[in-house]
Write a protein that binds this ligand. Structure first.
Ligand code: SF4
Ligand code: SF4
Ligand code: FES
Length: 929
């Protein structure tokens, strides 16, 4: 039994759970990512005394106080370099100094008693001069610039009072580049603040965006035209303070920011739960932008999350109910048909979905009964999620947020490629390895925000990151050590690490000397770290790997009594963990129920079963069922075989709750009305008048969800009697945009499910963070306005970061030590299949976005070059993966020997890798196995 948990490495302990899982208030981390809070100081700004935090720079302090000061190159996540000179203020030496001198606020540490002037004439004149200089080459093309209306440069120009251009000379011009399907490039708008390359190279580890040339001709781009390779390139759109980098997918159906109707939402393309703001115009979803969350995504999304929204308006979108017999149905006929089919059923098997909300899944569960409610995921993934929950309930684990992950000072990744399966986590881990640099900076007395100085001092020093995975990962460049092995061997390595940490954990026999040495090195690094973190997940579909994580967590707990071990389990879909917490039955159980005749009707919610199991199994299941009903927003192979298809609202048109891989339940809201006849999935299924009723029913029915009603204020919430407008006060054309239909302004649709209004009227301020559709403040039209919504620059949202953590630090009764798995038996001439994940390609819905699909790989079978040579296979040669499925061989240096990697989830790959199958490659002419 583990010692009583008194805390974890990232914060205070949480209240004891009833059943190993718990609800509680959002966990607030103390500190802001730039270091722990320091004692308060006072500085004098324009004659007024203000409290500030020691250790921060003047710009941070000024912005945190809610005052305005123009800036460009500083970014709260990236610190200061003093490049743009825009944040100049006057600093006075002492009380007698009347003249002062200009200092860059972002490069000046606050000090007790410091006297500065923000608004003095010299300070203002300096900033106006700098702005005018920066603008000499700027094209002033705001009317045709897609950044216009949400441009930081526009805001700063107005803020400094630069209204008349004196420069009459020629402007330098640049040739723009094709940067791929995500990003437009318009270099003439550049003000050379260097934020883009600092973000791309230093923060994201990208190496294909550079700065070229010098002084007036500096050029930010690639060495040649081509798609930006980094998976976080889309953030350039928000990082660049001007219109150099803009969203190319948005350009295709552009609308000004102030004409977009938005809502607070949550990304649906992996399990991380990044917060987003989808924007709608004319009934179509136009774009996704980041919505700041102090514990999860901070300022940044991944490119899948930003550009994967096309399915909402895509060609496969379902707008109308349809019957296999009679074709399209109107709504009332569809309702009658559904009722008749369910009344006629001799038992209904409900299949839920990890990409549907808790509420929609619960509605299905209520409709069919708990024992007939199935998770609708592959059996291997189902087994992994059960194991994962078992660990979470019984071991001293702390599921970290991404902010916490960034603070880890030693990381072990087992069996996962986070960039592909949980992308935003990978970006957090890239920051974690910088903790060694920050420690060196502390030793030298360099503040963390002195970005260039910290990098110079630390050189290549990094906190240790160990990666054991079947294939090379996108984090290998920052890893201290990598190990390429099969999932079974990775698990054995993990068990050996546990033994190295705590000798009571069983030893692993038969490891290679290299693996023994590596296990000892990892054990040493984790034991000596202050904030060790283990990352794993369902990526390689191995329960052994997850058990190894449990073993390491138990070993660390034994070595560090009373501390919960920090873990992040990557899960594949936006509600994978929420669905797992519902304890649904497996897909195999669903097949058995239909096969045995106990039920003859399948009611499938937002799920394409052909992605979950092999074609033969799914064909058999759908054929045996007398009636198949599918509720979904997108047409897919399963829906094509259904007797009745009912159109569901997409995430942008409905509301509900999702549980992230951190165990955080978060509410998302509709940005627009459901398209066509589609409606909330749960509205097809049940009698609940509004979402709040359904959420309450779920909270009352399953104890683990007891707290979810507190994720966000309910539909009755009002501010001074008013709802919260989804449209900004500058929204235009509400009457004119529909004038071709009728000349009277239509009544705005009513939203009975939330406190948000499809309108520009309502309470403009003081929105609770969970209900805030967009950020805007007077003078701050760009995304930098978020600073006005934070408790401090780069900190938490004022009022608390949204969401409720459902999973507390493990305080169960513990698990006995597990026995390490045996070495796998080798199979003559055969390989074992493992899924290889792709940020662009492996997620179902984002592949309906043409921009994402353009970046996805074509199907392949990856082999280690030595294995390929041994089997007589050459690059590009076709092999038979499954009966009549031929794929080209891709030689992948670094892939573990003895395994074959198959891309997970590609739509034109009809064979999901569902388990640790063995596979013998056939070439044309071979006898088919
Ligand atoms: S492209 Fe944008 S972010 Fe990069 S230097 Fe120019 S203005 Fe700054
Ligand atoms: S990391 Fe996941 S949740 Fe976050 S933006 Fe990317 S796909 Fe969406
Ligand atoms: S923000 Fe201070 S110099 Fe650029």
């Amino acid at each position: 039994m583990p010692d009583k948990i008194v805390g974890n490495d990232f914060g205070p302990p949480k209240a004891g759970p009833k059943d190993g899982l718990q609800g509680g208030s959002p966990h607030k981390i103390v500190g802001n990512g730039f270091g722990p809070p320091k004692a308060g100081l006072h500085i004098e700004i324009d004659g007024k005394s203000h409290p500030v935090k020691a250790g921060e720079n003047l710009l941070q302090a000024i912005l945190s106080l809610g005052l305005d000061l123009p800036y460009f190159c500083w970014h709260p996540a990236m610190g200061s370099v003093g490049a743009c000179r825009q944040c100049g203020v006057i600093q006075f030496k002492d009380a007698n100094d009347a003249q002062g001198r200009v200092v860059m606020a972002c490069m000046t540490p606050v000090a007790e008693g410091m006297r500065i002037s923000l608004q003095g004439p010299d300070a203002k004149a300096f900033r106006a001069g700098i702005l005018e200089l920066l603008m000499t080459n700027h094209p002033h093309d705001c009317p045709v610039c897609e950044e216009g209306g949400e441009c930081h440069l526009q805001d700063m120009t107005v803020m400094t009072g630069h209204t008349v251009r004196q420069y009459r000379g020629l402007k330098r011009t640049h040739r723009n580049q094709d940067l791929g399907p995500f990003i437009n490039h318009e270099m003439n708008r550049c003000i050379a603040c260097y934020r883009c390359v600092r973000y791309y190279q230093d923060y994201c580890g990208g190496d294909d965006l550079q700065v070229f040339a010098s002084h007036n001709h500096v050029y930010f781009g690639r060495h040649e035209d081509g798609a930006l390779e980094n998976e976080f390139s889309g953030n350039l759109v928000e990082v660049c303070p001007t219109g150099v980098f803009t969203d190319k997918t948005f350009s295709r159906h552009y609308s000004r920011k102030w004409d977009l109707q938005t809502a607070p939402s949550v990304c649906v393309h992996c399990g991380i739960g990044c917060n987003t703001s989808p924007g709608e115009r004319y009934g179509s979803l136009r774009r996704i932008v980041n919505r700041y969350h102090g514990e999860i995504n901070g300022y940044f999304l991944c490119d899948r999350g930003r550009f994967g929204y096309g399915f909402v308006n895509g060609p496969a979108r379902l707008y109308q109910a349809r019957s296999a017999e009679t074709g399209p149905l109107d709504v009332s006929t569809a309702e009658n048909r559904l009722r008749a089919m369910l009344e006629d059923a001799k038992g209904i098997v409900g299949i839920g979905s990890p990409r549907a909300s808790l509420e929609a899944n619960f509605a299905l569960r209520e409709r069919v009964g708990a024992e007939r409610f199935h998770a609708g995921i592959g059996d291997a993934e189902h087994g992994c999620l059960r194991t994962l929950l078992d660990l979470v309930r019984n071991l001293p684990l702390h599921l970290v947020s991404l902010r916490e992950a960034e603070r880890a000072d030693a990381v072990l990744i087992l069996g996962e490629d986070p960039t592909q399966t949980a992308p935003r986590l990978a970006l957090a881990l890239r920051q974690a390895v910088r903790n060694r640099a920050l420690a060196i900076a502390d030793e030298l007395g360099i503040p963390h925000w002195q970005d260039a100085a910290v990098r110079e001092a630390a050189q290549a020093e990094k906190s240790p990151l160990f990666i054991a995975s079947p294939a090379p990962t996108r984090l290998d460049d920052i890893a201290a050590r990598t190990c390429r092995a099969s999932p079974r061997t990775i698990a054995r390595l993990g068990f050996a690490v546990a033994h190295g940490i705590c000798p009571e954990a069983p030893a692993v026999m038969g490891l290679t000397p290299e693996h023994e040495a590596l296990a000892a090195e990892i054990a040493q690094a984790l034991t000596s770290a202050e904030r060790p973190l283990i990352v794993a997940g369902t990526g390689c579909l191995s329960e052994d790997v997850l058990r190894a994580v449990g073993q390491i967590a138990a070993a660390l707990a034994a070595a560090r009594p009373g501390r919960a071990t920090a873990v992040h389990f990557a899960v594949p879909e936006c509600n994978s963990l929420g669905l797992a917490l519902m304890e649904a039955q497996s897909l195999a159980h669903a097949a058995h129920t239909i096969e045995s005749g106990e039920a003859d009707t399948l009611l499938i919610l937002e799920n394409d079963l052909y992605r979950r199991a092999d074609r033969t199994t799914v064909d058999a299941l759908l054929t045996r069922a007398r009636q198949v009903i599918v509720i979904d927003h997108t047409l897919h192979a399963t829906a094509e075989r259904a007797h009745l298809v009912l159109p569901a609202a997409s995430f942008a048109e409905t509301e509900g709750t999702l549980v992230s891989s951190e165990g955080r339940a978060q509410r998302f809201f509709a940005a627009m009305q459901p398209a066509g006849d589609s409606r909330d999935g749960w509205r097809w299924l049940g009698p609940w008048p509004c979402l709040d009723d359904l959420t309450r029913a779920l909270a009352g029915s399953l104890p683990v969800f007891q707290q979810i009603t507190a994720c966000a204020p309910g539909a009755a919430f009002r501010i001074a009697g008013q709802k919260i407008p989804r449209q900004p006060h500058r929204y235009s054309g509400r009457t004119a945009m529909l004038a071709d239909i009728r000349i009277h302004e239509p009544k705005q649709p009513e939203d009975t499910d939330s406190a948000l209004a499809f309108s520009m009227e309502g309470a403009a301020n003081d929105h609770p963070p969970a209900l805030n559709p967009f950020v805007w403040a007077p003078g701050w039209n760009s995304n930098q306005a978020v600073g006005k919504f934070q408790d401090e620059a780069g900190g938490h949202l004022s009022g608390g970061d949204p969401g409720i953590r459902l999973i507390g630090d493990g305080a169960g009764t513990g698990l006995p030590w597990s026995v390490p798995p045996e070495t796998e038996a080798s199979i003559a001439d055969a390989l074992r299949l493992v899924p290889l994940h792709h940020i662009f390609g492996s997620d179902e819905t984002s592949m309906h976005s043409s921009a994402v699909a353009e970046r996805a790989p074509h199907p392949y079978v990856a082999l280690n070059p030595e294995d390929a040579a041994r089997l007589g296979l050459a690059e590009g040669e076709e092999v038979e993966l499954a009966p009549d499925v031929w794929l080209p061989v891709k030689c992948l240096p670094g892939l573990a020997a003895g395994i074959a990697g198959v891309p997970a989830g590609l739509p034109d790959l009809p064979v999901p890798v569902t388990a640790w199958q063995s596979w013998k490659p056939n070439k044309p002419g071979d006898e088919t196995s």
